[in-house]
Design a protein around this ligand. Structure first.
Ligand SMILES: O=C(O)CCC(=O)C1=CC=C[C@@H](O)[C@@H]1C(=O)O
Ligand SMILES: [Mg+2]
Length: 384
C-alpha cells in the first residue's frame, strides 16, 4: 500500500493555465439552489455549481461549511469530469439503494416509494436531537415495508461514541430482524426487483445472508481507532463501513491499513475525482460502495461513471446514488432516478429553463464564484 495518491494529473497541468481556466470555469458556471424534500444532514436547500463543459455537464457542490482545502478536491473532480479524459467504463447499469433520511417511522413508506425496485435501504441514524428509540422505530418500519429479503444498512455519520455505537448497533441488528429462514424470498420481492441489486435472491433456496440483521454500519464512530475497536467487538454481528474516515481524512488509506473497516464508501467529488477514487480503491483493496454527495443528476452521473469504472468484483452491493429524489427538483429533464432498483450510466444534459428556475440569489452566486477562484488557487499552489 502506497501513501495517499496525488490529485488527478490535471491539477499539475493547471499552472500556466490558471487564469485562463478560471475565466473558462466562471463563464461556463451556473449556480443553483434546490430545496430538499426533508432535512438531510442538516440541509434544506442544496446549492450546486453546474458547468456547461466540453465533455458535457459537470458539477461542483461541496457543502457550504467546508473550507477551501476540502472544497478544492471537489473542484478537481468537476474539472476532471468536465474537461479531462475519463477512465473507461466496464458496465452500463448500477444497482442503487434507497436512502432513508432521519424521518419519523410513519414517513418511511412515503420515502421508500421514491426508490422503485430497490432491495437495499440505507437508513440514517444517530441524528442530533433524536434517540436510539427513533432509530429502532425507523429501522423496524423499513423492514416492515421492504420485507425479509431486503438488505438494510445504517449510516451514523460518526455520531456515536464507541460505547453508544456498540449498544445502538446491537439494538438495531435486532430491530432489522433476523429473517425467517423458512420464508419464501419470492413472496415479498416487488415486481421488477429481481436481479437489480448485487446479490439479489432468485428463489427461496437462495436466501440472501446479507438480508439478516444489518448488511453493515456506515461510519458508526468518527475516529479510525474507534472503528477498528468496534469492528473487533461486533465481529460476526455487523460489518463496519468507513465513509468520512475515507473522504474527509488526510490519509484515506488509514482505514484499510489498520483493518478498521470491512468495506469503504467512496464518493467521486470529495475524493478529487474518478481517477483518484479509483486509485484509492485499488490501494485500499477493500470492497466498495459508491455513494452520492447529495448531488444533482450531473454529480450522480459522475458517481455512476466511477461505479462503472471499478474493476469487476469491487462493488460490495447497491450504491448510494439514488438520491436525486431527495431533492424537490433537478437541472435536467432527464433526471437520474432509480427504476427497477438501478440507474443507467450516463451524463444528463443541463436544461436552461431549469437552471433559471433554480438560479441562486445574486449574493450566493457571487459567493460560489469566489469559492471557485479560491479553490482553483489551492489546486495550483505549490505543496509543501
Ligand atoms: O449513500 C446514500 O444512500 C446517500 C448519500 C448519503 O448518505 C450522503 C450524501 C451526502 C452527504 C453525506 O452526509 C451522506 C453520507 O454520509 O453518506
Ligand atoms: Mg455516509
Amino acid at each position: 500500500m502506497k501513501d495517499q495518491p496525488a490529485l488527478p494529473a490535471i491539477d499539475v497541468r493547471l499552472g500556466e493555465l490558471q487564469g485562463e481556466l478560471l475565466n473558462e470555469l466562471l463563464d461556463r458556471a451556473r449556480v443553483v439552489a434546490i430545496p430538499t424534500r426533508t432535512r438531510f444532514r442538516g440541509i434544506t436547500v442544496r446549492e450546486a455549481v453546474l458547468f456547461d463543459a466540453p465533455n458535457g455537464a459537470s458539477e461542483f457542490s461541496p457543502f457550504p461549511e467546508y473550507d477551501d482545502a476540502e472544497a478544492a478536491a471537489w473542484l478537481a473532480a468537476a474539472i476532471e469530469f468536465g474537461w479531462a479524459e475519463l477512465p473507461p467504463i466496464r458496465r452500463e447499469r448500477i444497482p442503487v439503494n434507497a436512502t432513508v433520511p432521519a424521518v419519523p417511522a410513519e414517513e418511511v413508506p412515503g420515502v421508500l416509494a421514491r426508490f422503485p425496485g430497490c432491495r437495499t435501504a440505507k437508513v440514517k441514524v444517530a441524528e442530533r436531537g433524536q434517540s436510539l428509540t427513533d432509530d429502532v422505530a425507523r429501522v423496524r418500519a423499513v423492514r416492515a415495508e421492504m420485507g425479509p429479503d431486503a438488505r438494510i444498512r445504517v449510516d451514523a455519520n460518526g455520531g456515536w461514541s464507541l460505547a453508544e455505537a456498540e449498544t445502538a448497533l446491537r439494538a438495531l441488528v435486532e430491530a432489522a430482524g433476523a429473517t425467517d429462514s423458512t420464508a419464501s424470498t419470492t413472496d415479498t420481492a416487488p415486481e421488477g426487483s429481481t436481479g437489480a441489486d448485487a446479490g439479489t435472491n432468485t428463489g427461496a433456496d437462495a436466501r440472501d445472508p446479507e438480508a439478516a440483521g444489518l448488511e453493515y454500519a456506515e461510519q458508526p464512530c468518527s475516529s479510525v481507532a474507534e472503528l477498528a475497536e468496534l469492528r473487533t467487538r461486533l465481529e460476526g454481528l455487523v460489518r463496519i463501513a468507513a465513509d468520512e474516515s475515507v473522504r474527509k481524512a488526510e490519509d484515506p488509506l488509514a482505514v484499510a491499513r489498520t483493518g478498521a473497516a470491512d468495506l469503504i464508501v467512496v464518493k467521486a467529488q470529495p475524493l478529487g475525482g474518478i481517477a483518484r477514487a479509483l486509485d484509492i480503491v485499488a490501494e485500499a483493496g477493500l470492497p466498495v460502495v459508491v455513494s452520492s454527495a447529495l448531488d444533482t443528476s450531473v454529480g450522480i452521473g459522475m458517481g455512476l461513471h466511477l461505479a462503472a469504472a471499478l474493476p469487476d468484483g469491487a462493488l460490495a452491493g447497491a450504491c448510494g446514488l439514488g438520491t436525486v429524489g431527495l431533492l424537490t427538483g433537478d437541472i435536467t429533464r432527464d433526471s437520474l432516478l432509480p427504476q427497477n432498483g438501478e440507474l443507467p450510466v450516463r451524463r444528463p444534459a443541463l436544461d436552461p429553463e431549469l437552471l433559471d428556475r433554480y438560479a441562486a440569489s445574486p449574493d450566493r452566486d457571487a459567493w460560489w464564484r469566489e469559492r471557485i477562484a479560491r479553490c482553483l488557487g489551492r489546486l495550483t499552489a505549490p505543496t509543501a
